[in-house]
Design a protein around this ligand. Structure first.
Ligand code: PMP
Length: 403
């Protein structure tokens, strides 16, 4: 897969004199030529507003946009493209769900999320609780920094209306047993809703929303080689049919009059206004690219590199890795007592190594661990052994300088 690097122009750039080693893929991925070219092609040859257009370009853009929806549906193994709502990303998808569930919640209803959830999988639920009187409860972690599934099963009760779980923690790297946790939620109450946050898993492992058994699945395009401002929310059709629309405007309506408005059918009921037409079309291009490279191949390679990264970091003096070696996504997060993560990140940057430092939008997790942040190394399909070795030796040098 080393040949894939040639597809990503930005990977051959330098930071000062140091060639770039890009290990901030959990924040966003670089884009391959096919994605860059598809975006240019769209704006050069297709650009028009979609739906209801009498003219050729509008028809072309509409066809490509709805074909892109079909591609996303197939990628997620959704039952129908009507279940795919284009969003600007994971955050937008979760907020949409939280908004449309407002009238379904009453005081005392419970929502479970995880201690290691991203703020975008915490705050929208807190806001839903403020609107409805529902209660948000965090699922704790074990001392090994896995989700405490025994505690979770105890927390499930007849008031549990929604469970929202990240497939992979962006701060710890832990891959959570989401299929079993979804099954437990459904055993608790058939109508307990489950939302899975696929922001950190969709680019790294195959997903089948029907096999997972969840009700909603969200992901961000920019973390899977597509442009920022793209993504999708998958929701089970019968649920989306029942739930009310969120934003009002063009496209989401069937008929508007001052006496009252009726709403469009799925998926358009949830897509008010002009969508990110070019972005959504290019998202499909990125998903096809990932399929061509092959998710199994990507997973095997990234897992091997992640283990090498884990072992190499673990061997460095004073480095503490958050979480176990096995059962993780394509990232490793470290803490070095006595060394501030920001100082480490800055020195690594001087050596051309791009990592992310800080709380990773997981302040409740950081508080529970008694730390202010970590240094996170995260991989994508284009990373290779050389990247990992350079990151390890740069980290060793940086730590020597800092201590
Ligand atoms: N959930 C997780 C697990 C994430 O890693 C991220 C991005 N760091 C998000 C949600 C939010 O994604 P976005 O900013 O693309 O909406």
């Amino acid at each position: 897969m080393t040949d894939e690097r040639a597809q990503f122009p930005l990977l051959s750039s330098s930071v000062g004199k140091a060639p770039l080693v890009y290990l901030d893929n959990a924040a966003t991925t670089q884009k391959p030529l096919c994605v860059l070219e598809a975006l240019e092609r769209y704006y050069r040859r297709v650009n028009a507003n979609i739906h209801r257009g009498a003219h050729y370009l509008s028809r072309l853009a509409t066809e490509q946009h709805e074909a892109a929806r079909q591609t996303v549906a197939e990628f997620l193994h959704a039952a129908s493209p009507r279940e795919i709502l284009f969003t600007s990303g994971t955050t937008a998808g979760i907020n949409l769900v939280a908004q449309v569930l407002t009238s379904s919640f009453k005081p005392g209803d419970e929502i479970l999320t995880t201690t290691d959830a991203h703020h975008s999988n915490i705050v929208p639920w807190q806001m839903l609780c403020e609107r409805t009187g529902a209660v948000l409860r965090p699922i704790p972690l074990t001392p090994e920094l896995r989700l405490d599934t025994a505690a979770y099963e105890q927390m499930l009760n007849p008031r549990t209306r929604l469970v929202a779980i990240p497939c992979v923690s962006n701060a710890l790297g832990a891959a959570h047993p989401v299929q079993q946790m979804t099954a437990a939620a459904k055993r608790n109450r058939r109508d307990t809703l489950v939302l899975l946050d696929g922001a950190q898993s969709t680019a790294h492992q195959a997903v089948d929303v029907q096999a997972l058994g969840c009700d909603f699945y969200v992901f961000s395009g920019h973390k899977i080689y597509a442009p920022t401002g793209t993504g999708a929310l998958w929701g089970r059709e019968e649920l989306l049919e029942q739930l009310p629309p969120w934003q009002g405007g063009g496209e989401m309506i069937a008929e508007v009059s001052f006496a009252g408005t009726t709403y469009n059918k799925l998926p358009f009921k949830y897509e008010a206004g002009t969508p990110n037409i070019g972005g959504n079309i290019v998202l499909a291009e990125a998903l096809r690219y990932v399929q061509r490279v092959g998710l199994e191949r990507i997973a095997a390679r990234e897992q091997a590199l992640t283990r090498r990264l884990y072992d190499g970091l673990a061997a460095l003096d004073g480095v503490q890795i958050l979480g176990a070696r096995e059962g993780r996504g394509a990232l490793v997060s470290i803490v070095v007592p006595g060394v501030h993560h920001y100082d480490l990140g800055t020195l690594l940057d001087h050596m051309g190594i791009a990592v992310r430092t800080g709380h990773h939008c997981c302040q409740p997790l950081m508080a529970s661990l008694g730390i202010t942040g970590t240094t996170r190394y995260s991989l994508a399909l284009y990373n290779n052994e050389d990247d990992v070795e350079r990151a390890l030796s740069a980290t060793r040098r940086a730590l020597d300088m800092l201590r």
